[in-house]
Design a protein around this ligand. Sequence first.
Ligand SMILES: [Fe+2]
Ligand SMILES: [Fe+2]
Length: 263
Amino acid sequence: MNFKEIQFAGTPDKSYIPDDINLKLPENNKLPTDQLHFLLYIPWEEKYINFVPQEFRNLFNKVLPYLHFRTTDVHTAISLGFLDEFIGKFPNTSINRTVVAVSLILHDSGWSKMSEEEIADSLGVKGLVLTEKAVGPKEKHAAESVKIAKEVLGSDDYGLKLTQNEMDLIYNAVLFHDKPEMVTEASGSIPIEVKLLVDLDHFWSFTHENFWQDTIRKGVLPKMYLQNLSKDLDKYFVTDEGKKMAANLLAQRVEEVSELKNI
Ligand SMILES: [Fe+2]
Ligand SMILES: [Fe+2]
């Protein structure tokens, strides 16, 4: 893997990211220079649609305009790419795949209603555990996502034939998607679809794209970020299968970071 040097105010000196990761700043942003790195994002490209299973592309394309913030578009598509592999880890459980997919498509649409300051605050964390400043935007984006979900699903069902019960489950999953502790604590009464959404959403932190993006966006050295992810992994995932998949992804990132050491 080839790396390129990258330098933004507020990030460690001599930062490197893999060649294939493209980071951009929004135009006309209003944040002070030392906070700009929080707004870096990976621009959307058509190739990412290939991660989205065919039957959900109509809905995905409808929601896409709400996802062009904070790399949410790329995140949502890549996370959908894990959908069937992850559901396959639960062969003896009845899982409503459509509910999981639709929840995932809508779960972060609320970032479109958030200010640059709120987005910057949400990323001011060095690992996965939220600081006090990051909690507000995290709660708000989930509530905003529920509003958008109701608007979008209220007008059409994009060929998915959703029942009212399924829609209600989707709204609840979206509302709780960023609360792994709550979902773990109330585990017995939480539908499996909500648990799968939480874990599918969180795989993103362990992917090639977001790992490297976040080293710059959060201004943390790759080696340190590996340690932070590994330390937080257990409480960040709700299912044992999710923990295992995240550990596999983390092992891939460890490999990549070891390549960087040769520079
Ligand atoms: Fe979220
Ligand atoms: Fe998310």
